[in-house]
Design a protein around this ligand. Structure first.
Ligand code: GLU
Length: 424
């Protein structure tokens, strides 16, 4: 029997990190060898060239990807990232995490992710529309409401999802709202989807604070990243009464021991796009934010920001992984060995986004729409159940919380594959 050891296609720091997590989880539950590689490796991927006419008449060709990690448990699901540092290995790692995330919280989906190598801030609105439509055009033969359902991720938003729905719908000849989630409400988007990821992070943080017997109103919070997830997490925690003492984006980081005025920061970013020159706190470095003394640290930006160098310096009580993959394998080990930080692992912590995406897709398929309260109540019920199952697994096997979450997610995918058998 030949064994695939490494994938030259996906090989990268972040893909190796996702593979190491898988291997550890598979070892921890003695996942049979025969099912391991099948469960671990992405099922298929697509790489596309995207020629776009620029506003000045010239043409630029962008590169994009879509990786479908697992289709055994339903359509694959996951966002599309527009970022200059996207690589196919990163997209594959993110797709893998989507599989474990969907499985952990009990959604009938596999995992997928897409990405385009582009800085969306460098494009005009018209150029961004042409790129988004072209990317969807190339995905058409590869996706579908029962095959693979994209959504927003870093650098993409509702507006982009709207263009993508239109491109796909023009192709099939009727509105196909279930082709993507995270759409504008007018096209079948769900109430509560825009804030879902941040609302879910904040909800779980309040639950873990309660477990630690720390009143929310006494909690201080530092958030790295002020995009959709970071800003909605800040707004929700602020609403619960926690004090957000530090925020940042890729342009600047700010600290205010009295608490940052989140409404003011949101307003500032709406007009200025970035936090640079925000006057609502003292400017600090990214490292100062991550190592700040606070109750809750929420990395809500890119992968691999909590490094082995930073891990010993963290001064938070809870590490809420609002981003996907923010903690490297080595840093994770250091944090575990320290034993004084409660980690809410990414696959649980930020699952609110895909949970409400699932609700959106259900509403589209049924053409029956729910109110915001119904969406949020159902979201919190799923998060409670997922948290309970992670805590149970953790106690039962004396696992770290990450290992508990990953083993639950991975075991369910492996079981589905086992039950389906191998075709032909
Ligand atoms: N991009 C989000 C994530 O990483 C949401 C995916 C979705 O809604 O399908 O979970």
């Amino acid at each position: 029997m030949s064994k695939v050891i490494v994938s030259p296609l996906y090989d990268s720091d972040v893909f190796r990190m996702a593979c190491r997590q898988f291997d550890q989880a598979a070892d921890a539950i003695n996942l049979p060898e025969a099912i391991r590689d099948r469960t671990k490796w992405p099922r298929r991927c697509l790489a596309v060239s995207l020629p776009i006419r620029r506003d000045d008449g010239s043409i630029t060709v962008f590169e994009g990807y879509r990786v479908q990690h697992n289709l055994s448990t339903g359509p694959s699901k996951g966002g599309i990232r527009f970022h200059p540092h996207v690589t196919i290995g990163e997209v594959a790692a993110l797709a893998m995490w989507m599989s474990w995330k969907c499985s952990l919280v009990g959604l009938p989906y596999g995992g997928a992710k897409g990405g385009v190598i582009v800085d969306p801030n460098q494009l005009s609105l018209n150029e961004l529309e042409r790129l988004s439509r072209r990317y969807m055009q190339e995905l058409i033969p590869f996706i579908g409401p029962h095959v693979d359902v994209p959504a927003p991720d870093m650098g993409t938003n509702e507006k982009i999802m709207g263009w993508m729905v239109d491109t796909y719908s023009n192709h099939v000849g009727h509105l196909e709202s279930a082709i993507v989630t995270g759409k504008p409400i007018a096209l079948g988007g769900s109430q509560g989807r825009r804030e879902a990821t941040g609302a879910g992070v904040a909800y779980l943080v309040t639950k873990y604070l309660a477990d630690l017997k720390i009143p929310v109103k006494k909690a201080t919070v530092a958030i790295q990243g002020f995009g959709n997830v970071g800003s909605e997490t800040a707004a929700a925690l602020d609403h619960y009464g926690a004090k957000v003492i530090a925020i940042s984006d890729h342009t600047a980081a700010f600290h205010s021991p009295k608490g940052i005025n989140i409404k003011k920061a949101l307003e500032y970013v709406r007009f200025n796009k970035v936090l640079k020159d925000f006057d609502g706190g003292d400017e600090i470095t990214n490292e100062q934010l991550l190592t700040m003394k606070c109750t809750v640290l929420a990395p809500a930006a890119l992968e691999r920001v909590i490094t082995p160098e930073l891990a010993p310096k963290l001064q938070c009580r809870i590490l809420a992984e609002a981003a996907n993959g923010p903690t490297t394998n080595q840093a994770d080990k250091i944090i575990n060995d320290r034993g004084d930080i409660e980690v809410i692992p990414d696959v649980l912590c930020n699952s609110g986004g895909v949970i409400v995406s699932y609700f959106e897709w259900l509403q589209n398929l049924q053409n029956y729409y729910w109110g915001r309260d119904e969406v949020l109540t159902k979201l919190y019920a799923i998060l409670d159940r997922a948290k309970d199952s992670v805590e149970y697994q953790r106690r039962k096997f004396k696992f770290s919380r990450r290992l508990a979450a990953l083993t639950l997610g991975i075991a369910r995918v492996a079981e589905a594959k086992e039950s389906r058998g191998l075709f032909p």
